[in-house]
Write a protein that binds this ligand. Structure first.
Ligand SMILES: Nc1ncnc2[nH]cnc12
Ligand SMILES: [Zn+2]
Length: 356
């Protein structure tokens, strides 16, 4: 997918993933297997659900974010038991390990599971088991980020946030921060001002999807009304030079998802993403896979390779991208230092081989 030499470098870089929906790592094969195991009836009126292969084919022709979300919410209906959530996350970690991911900050959508009667503890205990195993066996550190669904009433987000078991997951440190996702255009960030004020009061990290399909003004209101620390996607800020400067000056990290943006028709190709405009303006960004099982099974390394192929970056560019990605992570200072040391050693080794 990218030049051989760079593939070796990109594989070796200690990568941080900040924008991965665990439910978006559910492959059609696992979806069908869990449907059988849990006795879940898949839609019989949609020919896409005839087989894992036909579902994978349907995923190749999403027409928009909302078209994808229709399948995403249907897909997650097969997740019921703690072991389902655990194996979903473990599958992700195996891909991540193969791709050289060192640290992952993982989204999940509790409201979509609570609505089906799945207890919050079922979700978090399953994910936590996989996270502990990934740390012990694969050396991957990770955090959980609880996302709220913007297509549901904001009062429901606040009510979910206030549930004792959700509060406990925050105060115990099992869950580090909150996010905002789902259908964007009709649901501007400021609808969730109260939710984000409560999260800030609790000392939680805060991010929100904005500027994926929605206009640059949604990024402005996410910054001002929600007082978020990161922006998920944010690609549309390139349409507003003053916002580009503001995001750069405030050191806000964008979690960019190149292959997702192509699959969901936000841009015609990866080459149409404003990566160079971001680099010129000093906007910090990380590269992420979003919902890899829905986007051609392209996990993190494929996204790095797609950016390399489209923009022909240098080793120095990658060093800057990875440094920003590490510094924009929500892990401990000591973990960041270890990741930065790892990055320096990969870049030094690579440079000495290229330029002995
Ligand atoms: N790309 C995306 N945008 C908004 N909500 C999502 N939920 C899962 N993936 C998403
Ligand atoms: Zn996302």
């Amino acid at each position: 997918m990218c030049q051989t030499q760079f593939h070796t470098l990109l594989q070796a870089l200690p990568k941080c993933e900040h924008h991965l929906h665990l439910e978006g790592a559910l492959t059609p094969e696992t979806l069908f297997a869990l449907a059988v195991k849990n006795g879940i009836q898949l839609p019989s009126d949609d020919p896409a659900f005839a087989s894992p292969a036909s579902l994978a084919l349907r995923y190749q022709r999403f027409t928009s974010l909302d078209d994808f979300l229709h399948y995403y919410y249907l897909g997650m209906s097969v997740l019921l038991q703690p072991s389902d959530f655990e194996s979903l996350a473990w599958d992700y970690f195996l891909h991540a390990s193969k791709d050289g991911v060192a640290h992952a900050e993982l989204f999940f959508d509790p409201q979509a599971h609570l609505a089906r009667g799945v207890p919050y503890e079922t979700i978090v205990s399953g994910f936590t088991k996989a996270r502990m195993r990934a740390e012990a066996e694969l050396g991957i550190s990770s955090l959980l980020v609880c996302c709220f669904l913007r297509h549901l009433p904001p009062v429901e987000a606040v009510a979910t946030f206030r549930l004792p078991e959700v509060q406990h997951s925050f105060t115990s440190g099992q869950v580090t921060g909150i996010g905002l996702d789902s259908s964007e255009l009709e649901y501007p960030p400021e609808l969730f001002t109260d939710l984000y004020a409560s999260a800030r009061d609790l000392g939680l990290k805060r991010t929100a999807h904005a500027g994926e399909e929605g206009p640059p003004s949604y990024v402005t209101t996410a910054l001002e009304a929600l007082r978020i620390e990161r922006i998920d996607h944010g690609i549309r800020i390139a349409e507003d030079p003053s916002l580009l400067t503001r995001v750069a000056d405030e050191g806000i990290l964008l979690t960019v998802c190149p292959i997702s943006n192509v699959f969901l028709r936000c841009v015609p190709s990866v080459a149409d993403l404003p990566i160079q405009a971001f680099m010129r303006a000093g906007v910090r960004f990380s590269i992420n896979s979003d919902d890899p099982a829905y986007f051609g099974n392209h996990f993190l390394l494929d996204n790095y390779c797609a950016v390399q192929t489209a923009f022909d970056l240098t080793a120095n560019d990658w060093s800057v991208i990875c440094k920003n990605s590490i510094n924009g992570s929500w892990c401990s200072a000591s973990r960041k230092e270890a990741l930065l040391r790892g990055l320096k050693s990969v870049i030094d080794d690579w440079t000495s081989v290229q330029d002995p």
